[in-house]
Design a protein around this ligand. Structure first.
Ligand code: LRH
Ligand code: MN
Ligand code: MN
Length: 424
């Protein structure tokens, strides 16, 4: 499916007058609009390869039609998204779901679309066909050294795939843990996991980072061996300077103060990156910003404040990834919504009057502090985000064009109705 540049230009022309009206009404009130626009244009969020098909639950999976049947088609789907919003110029792969048969050719294909390879994800939470040893009782924590070895070797293979593609980071998420009290010796499970992670760490190329992703529960329901940011930080600290904590928004116990976690990890120089999604109950993997947009804003507020305080580059110093996939929406439309939500929230956080907020904090003026945050959060910054897309060569309204051009129908024609993307 090709979306021609003139189609996007035509669409933009059609919306131009109303866009300009909204933009000038907004920017007349904003002192640093140009600086915000520059940052928005530069900002890129990686798309997870596993979100391009209709996700399932453990009860059922309803295929959506026209789903990508290969890694090449996944890259083509992300290229489509990137053409529309110019902010999705990266892909995060999952091995073995996305094993590239020819890494060099895949790298060239991605580069043709302006797409780079963000973090590689390993998978020791499922048994693969033909795999000699089972992960039923964990992988890196396992009581049997041979199982731990198998998990380490898999991670090293993932690094090798990533090197061929030009990726520079590995995300390790372990489902290791226990379902019942007494099942595990917590200390030994931690030590085994640390030793295994150390072996993987020592195989990391110089420029690489390792992200240790934590999750409170599921699939294990009594304990998880990398269960929260404290445990992840402990591993990352013991591993060394190339290891960082990865925050997946859906991996906390209910009502956790994620923005405070983010602020402290940043302070310690140990925040590696994000898996963005949203949730009401647990690891729901819903569209970013669809349930708790204020929480997302508070997280971005800490990110902007903390990254600026440490002189970090907003675009390159953290891994920005989406980890969402659901079963009732068109996955590409869902991803357009997720990226839009991230851009809106980032723009709002850039809009916060930092001097006013700091003064309010210094004076214990709780009311003004809240006003400083909510003034930004309640500003409709969508025209700014649309302008950033326009300047970068994208579409003013990506969803509108996606529907009008019947993108999904074209994909179904090309790929068939009953295709199933590889993945969860
Ligand atoms: C685990 C997780 C992890 C996996 C992905 C598929 O819940 O968030 O990041 O790699 O889902
Ligand atoms: Mn995740
Ligand atoms: Mn998850």
């Amino acid at each position: 499916m090709q979306l021609e540049k003139y189609t996007i230009d035509q669409h933009n022309e059609g919306l131009s007058a109303s866009h300009k009206r909204k933009l000038s009404a907004l920017t007349s009130d904003i002192a640093n609009a140009e600086a915000i626009l520059e940052r928005l244009v530069a900002f890129q969020v990686a798309i997870p390869s596993w979100a391009l098909g209709t996700g399932g639950t453990r009860f059922a999976r309803f295929a959506g039609g026209g789903e990508p049947r290969s890694l090449e088609e996944k890259i083509e789907d992300i290229a489509l998204l990137h053409k529309l919003n110019r902010s999705s110029g990266a892909i995060s792969l999952h091995i073995p779901w996305d094993i590239p048969k020819n890494g060099a050719a895949i790298k060239v294909l991605a580069a043709q679309h302006g797409i780079r390879f963000d973090a590689m994800n390993s998978n020791t939470f499922q048994d693969q066909p033909g795999q000699p040893l089972s992960y039923k009782f964990g992988s890196m924590q396992h009581v049997d050294k041979a199982v731990r070895r198998q998990a380490v070797e898999h991670n090293i293979e993932v690094i090798e795939h990533g090197m061929a593609l030009g990726s520079e980071s590995l995300t390790v998420w372990l489902s290791d843990g226990s379902c019942f009290p007494g099942q595990l010796n917590f200390r030994k499970a931690f030590e085994n996991t640390l030793e295994s992670l150390q072996e993987v760490y020592s195989a990391l190329p110089d420029a690489w980072k390792m992200f240790v992703e934590y999750k409170a529960f599921e699939p294990n329901f009594y304990s998880t061996t990398v269960g929260d940011w404290g445990q992840s930080l402990l591993y990352a600290t013991k591993l060394g300077p190339k290891a960082y904590t990865l925050v997946d928004l859906g991996h906390h116990l209910p009502n956790a103060n994620i923005e405070q976690i983010v602020a402290l990890l940043l302070m310690e120089g140990k925040l590696g990156g994000f898996h963005f999604n949203d949730s009401k109950y647990g690891d729901d993997d819903l569209t970013v910003g669809s349930i708790k947009p204020y929480q997302l804003f508070l997280i971005f507020n800490e990110l902007v404040e903390g990254m600026d305080a440490r002189g970090m580059n907003h675009t390159t110093d953290l891994g920005w990834m989406i980890d969402a996939s659901h079963n009732v929406k068109d996955p590409l439309e869902d991803l357009l919504q997720s990226v839009e939500a991230i851009m809106i929230t980032y723009a709002q956080a850039l809009l916060v009057d930092r001097a006013a907020l700091q003064a309010a904090q210094q004076n214990n003026d709780v009311v003004r502090a809240q006003e400083a945050l909510q003034n930004a959060f309640r500003t409709d910054v969508r025209p700014l985000v649309a302008e950033a897309r326009l300047r970068a060569g994208g579409a003013l309204d990506p969803l509108q064009i996606f529907r009008k051009e019947n993108v999904r129908e074209h994909l179904v024609k090309q790929r068939g109705l009953k295709t199933i993307a590889t993945g969860l």
